[in-house]
Design a protein around this ligand. Structure first.
Ligand SMILES: NC(=O)c1ccc[n+]([C@@H]2O[C@H](COP(=O)([O-])OP(=O)(O)OC[C@H]3O[C@@H](n4cnc5c(N)ncnc54)[C@H](O)[C@@H]3O)[C@@H](O)[C@H]2O)c1
Ligand SMILES: O=C(O)C(=O)C[C@]1(C(=O)O)C=C[C@@H](O)C=C1
Length: 290
């Protein structure tokens, strides 16, 4: 690919730019950002070759555009690029939700649908900004593509090849299945972590509790340090699937609450053993990379 435009040069967009360059897959990277300080840092760190403050001007020169901003920013970016996109340019994204991105592509880029490839790298962290970008972030991680019915096979192939060159394994599913799966294993745990830490912080003796919080607290709450705007946008974009997961979780908590209240030791132990078994099995697969 000649020129890659990355809109949103943070952890995810910056890491893709570094990995693509490291793999020799891109000639020039133009970064488009909202924060001048972050864009300056991206230039200094060599994450991008050039910074543009005008998404339309940059996209007019793009062979591929990667949208890597919070998903709530993507509509305005797509509208701004629509009139100037060269016909051959591929538009892809890295957003954590896919039904909303697909709908935006339909609404804002109707002439470009054959070259629109919604995508989601299943890798990241609680860090953000260009300074957090690292070229190895996608090594042995999954990327999910949710092509539109109109997406051309060659466009899917170009995005698949790019992610594979960055070390990822690429999977395809429908946007609806994607949003349901990630509501369960990513979006729910993040909102739980935010809610839990907020609850502790609001307690009259919060300082005392935080004084004695240790590794269990750290491991359960790491993701509450994630970017609030990004997670607000994800919760709004995937509201229906997330609400369904929250309802299931509340039902499960009610079950556990009843077992604790009635001191039903056997049932409680069975529940914990099932969970432990499932968690250990998942972890073994995750470490193996499948
Ligand atoms: N963090 C993760 O673990 C993770 C993993 C997979 C996918 N994602 C998705 O990737 C996207 C980016 O997440 P991130 O973790 O890289 O966040 P980030 O905060 O590190 O980077 C986002 C960047 O976008 C910039 N930005 C915001 N609005 C903009 C606009 N209108 N125009 C141009 N730039 C703008 C911000 O200044 C920031 O530098 C999000 O859609 C997120 O849902 C995140
Ligand atoms: O490791 C983290 O901190 C993450 O939150 C990464 C994580 C997740 O696993 O939930 C977060 C959002 C994504 O869209 C993909 C990956």
């Amino acid at each position: 690919m000649g020129t890659l435009v990355v809109a949103g040069v943070g952890l995810i967009g910056g890491s893709l730019a570094l990995a693509a360059r490291h793999a020799g897959r891109v000639g020039r990277v133009i970064g488009v950002g909202r924060s001048p300080a972050n864009m300056q840092r991206a230039l200094e760190l060599g994450v991008v070759d050039e910074v543009s403050h005008d998404i339309a001007e940059a996209c007019a020169r793009a062979d591929m555009v990667l949208l890597a901003t919070p998903v709530g920013q993507m509509a305005a970016l797509m509208r701004a690029m629509a009139p100037v996109l060269p016909a051959h340019t591929i538009v892809t994204d890295a957003g954590s939700t896919k039904g909303d991105v697909a709908a935006l592509m339909r609404a804002c880029l109707p002439a470009q649908l054959a070259h629109c490839v919604p995508a989601h790298p299943i890798a990241g962290s609680d860090l953000s900004g260009a300074a957090a970008a690292q070229y190895g972030l996608y090594q042995n991680r999954k990327v999910v593509l949710t092509p539109l019915p109109e997406t051309a096979a060659a466009a899917v192939e170009a995005v698949r090849t790019l992610w594979q060159a960055c070390g990822a394994s690429v999977h395809e599913m429908s946007a609806a299945e994607h949003d349901s799966v990630f509501a369960s294993v990513s979006h729910l745990p993040h909102v739980l972590a935010f809610a839990f830490v907020d609850m502790i912080a609001a307690h009259p003796d919060a300082a005392r509790r935080f004084d004695f919080a240790a590794t269990g607290f750290r491991d359960f709450t790491r993701i509450a340090g994630s970017h609030p705007e990004m997670w607000r946008d994800i919760a709004l974009a995937n509201r229906d699937a997330l609400l369904a997961e929250l309802a299931d979780y509340q039902a499960q908590l009610a079950t556990l609450e009843a077992l604790i209240a009635s001191a039903d030791a056997d049932a409680m132990q069975q529940l914990f053993e099932r969970a432990r078994h499932a968690r250990l099995a998942w972890h073994q697969r995750f470490v193996r990379g499948n």
